[in-house]
Write a protein that binds this ligand. Structure first.
Ligand SMILES: Cc1ncc(COP(=O)(O)O)c(C=O)c1O
Length: 413
């Protein structure tokens, strides 16, 4: 199939809500570690990782072998029978989860995990209201979308009214505004506060060091649960298993998906014993805890440990951020920032205003030089770099060269 034929089928048979990057999108046919291959034989470095899914690299041989072996042995039962991989995965997650989180519920996507986390918080507290944050993204199901702050991801015309929004933790005065909101809603009505420790789709916003510990304290004072959505930030993306570890602030409930299965759909809600043990009414997800998904997740966690992906994320992330800082003035990027291999910078105009058109031009020019990068932020002007954590130092240097060339080409266009 050619890219033109793929585009024709997409336009004819997919709902038009499924958008793609690039004027002439490549048709991706294969992948290996940090590289993608298109239908014309062209190779690209993947600097977005399927939005931070393939943290352990594309088509990782060890993970594929574990999932393949499990698929040939037992591929599906659903949770009404006992199977071993899901129980081993639950035990393994309790060992790497922050702050003594222990009990898991498995499902198939980040949206589903956040939906379940909000439900668990409502059941545990008997309360019905939630606090969420501006510029957040928690998913596309009803409650998860209602908790989402980013306007572009709130397409449902009838979202739930029991979600109240505070400015995110990177905004000046965020903590005071949050305290005022909690007081206005009434702390005894609030079941939980749901947050990404580092805003992903909202533009890679890293709150200051005292922010999450202060929010944790606020929740504790009012008996409000803290849910950290680590769907994007988890699995060593920021250089630790979970981004919240950078702040030493543990949630009552954590959600993970995306990189947990390194491309295989698996997601989990992990709660403390105290919060989890009261959820005794029947609840389920047909694909949750699927043996193949669980085997893929177990192999993914093993791969992260054996190959030191946390440390690689920290080291390569520091190198990539340093390179971005060195090039920022020359290539017209503002506020380079990052945590591990979650790295970004703003594309702005002469007066400092967001310039999404220039970012689009830069992304096209980077693609033409073999680098597929990301775009995030409220104004869609944040160049976002989240390559697989297996990336080499040499690949980062090649990215630096491509960025300079792409800037010059986009400027001259
Ligand atoms: C932080 C965060 N939470 C939740 C989601 C939703 O996950 P999924 O697309 O797997 O439903 C996403 C992904 O888009 C995300 O980035």
């Amino acid at each position: 199939m050619s890219a033109a034929e793929a585009l024709r089928l997409k336009r004819a048979y997919l709902l038009p809500c499924v958008h793609h990057f690039y004027r002439d999108p490549p048709l991706i046919v294969a992948a290996d570690d940090c590289e993608l291959l298109d239908s014309t034989g062209r190779r690209y470095f993947d600097f977005f990782s399927g939005v931070t899914v393939v943290n352990a690299g594309h088509c990782n041989g060890e993970i594929v072998a574990a999932a393949g072996a499990q698929m040939g042995r037992l591929d599906h039962t659903t949770g009404i029978y006992l199977t071993e991989p899901v129980l081993r995965l639950a035990e393994r997650l309790s060992q790497i989860a922050p702050g003594g989180l222990k009990r898991s519920f498995f499902c198939a996507s980040g949206s589903e995990a956040n939906e379940a986390a909000l439900l668990l918080a409502a059941i545990h507290t008997g309360r019905g209201d939630f606090i969420a944050f501006s510029d957040s993204l928690h998913g596309r199901t009803k409650a998860a979308m209602s908790a989402t702050g980013l306007a572009m991801w709130r397409c449902d015309p009838a979202l739930l009214a029991n979600f109240h929004f505070a400015p995110h933790g990177g905004e000046p005065g965020a903590l005071d505004a949050l305290e005022a909101l909690v007081a206005r809603v009434g702390p005894r009505r609030i079941a939980a506060l749901i947050a990404e420790p580092v805003l992903g789709n909202g533009g890679i916003v890293i709150p200051p060091p005292d922010y999450w510990p202060a929010v944790r304290g606020l929740c504790d004072r009012h008996g409000i649960l803290l849910i950290f959505d680590e769907v994007q930030t988890g699995m060593n993306r920021t250089g630790r298993w979970w981004a919240c570890e950078h702040w030493n602030a543990s949630p009552d409930i954590l959600t993970t998906a995306k990189a947990l299965g390194n491309g295989y759909p698996v997601a989990a809600v992990i709660a403390t014993d105290r919060v989890g043990e009261g959820f005794t009414r029947p609840f389920a997800s047909t694909f949750g805890g699927n043996p193949v998904a669980a085997a893929a997740a177990l192999a993914t966690i093993d791969f992260h440990v054996r190959h030191g992906l946390g440390q690689r994320s920290r080291e390569r992330g520091a190198q990539l951020l340093q390179r971005l800082r060195e090039l920022a003035a020359e290539v017209g990027l503002a506020r380079p920032r990052g945590l591990g291999l979650m790295v970004a910078a703003d594309v702005v105009g002469c007066g400092g205003e967001p310039d999404p058109q220039r970012l689009d031009g830069l992304l096209e020019a980077l693609k033409d030089r073999g680098f597929l990068c990301g775009k995030t932020g409220r104004n869609r002007n944040v160049l976002t770099l989240m390559p697989p954590l297996t990336l080499s130092a040499g690949q980062i240097e090649r990215f630096g060269v491509a960025l300079r060339e792409a800037h010059a080409a986009a400027r001259d266009e």
